[in-house]
Design a protein around this ligand. Structure first.
Ligand code: IMP
Ligand code: MG
Length: 176
């Protein structure tokens, strides 16, 4: 992809992503042996991470998607979330793993966790590729975390800025 000057410092190189996704998949495969695993991807950013993760799992699993919009500015979420696309699957009694690209304030995920918990899954956990600890506003348990990153706006490997840069094979900081 041509660099238009917006791609800043590399935060997570492609090789580190590959290695860590493999490690996370091994952990998930161990923990979900003999379970009824449904991966829930949050569109659109998590699609890239999810498809790499899922291909490395050695346990039976299904995948489903939700799309949400959070009211707020382009780079800050408000915690007020609207469901644009709901799950196709019924998750009652099943083992749900939410797969997220990034947890920033945590407000979007807090809403999703409450919403999905209300459908009575047998278990409900989170696998986030990236977290920004400095920006966290709410207490949340993220059982699986890929990398902690500094308080920078990140692009690549699914993360966008104005819908662009999702296709970068690494995670970089947006040059502002
Ligand atoms: P939160 O509700 O503040 O945790 O933000 C959740 C959503 O905002 C994420 O799922 C992303 O879609 C988006 N987001 C937060 N930080 C970044 C970033 O650094 N780059 C790209 N998208 C981000
Ligand atoms: Mg997201």
């Amino acid at each position: 992809m041509t660099d238009d000057g917006a791609i800043g410092e590399i935060l997570v190189p492609a090789e580190d992503l590959r290695r860590r996704v493999r490690e996370l998949a091994d952990e998930v495969s161990r923990d979900y042996a003999d379970k009824d695993l449904v991966l829930v991807g949050v569109l659109k950013g998590a699609v890239f991470f999810l498809s790499d993760l899922m291909r490395q799992l050695s346990v039976p699993c299904e995948v489903d998607f939700m799309a949400v919009a959070s009211y707020g500015s382009a780079t800050k979420s408000s915690g007020v979330v609207r469901i644009l696309k709901d799950l196709d699957a019924v998750i009652e009694g099943r083992d749900v793993l939410i797969v997220e690209d990034i947890v920033d304030s945590g407000l979007t995920l807090q809403y999703l966790l409450r919403n999905l918990a209300g459908r009575n899954p047998r278990s409900l956990e989170v696998c986030a590729l990236l977290i920004k600890p400095e920006r966290r506003k709410v207490e949340l348990v993220t059982r699986y975390v890929g990398f902690e990153i500094p308080n920078r706006f990140a692009i690549g490997y699914g993360l966008d800025h104005g819908e662009r840069y999702r296709n970068l094979p690494y995670v970089a900081a947006l040059e502002e």
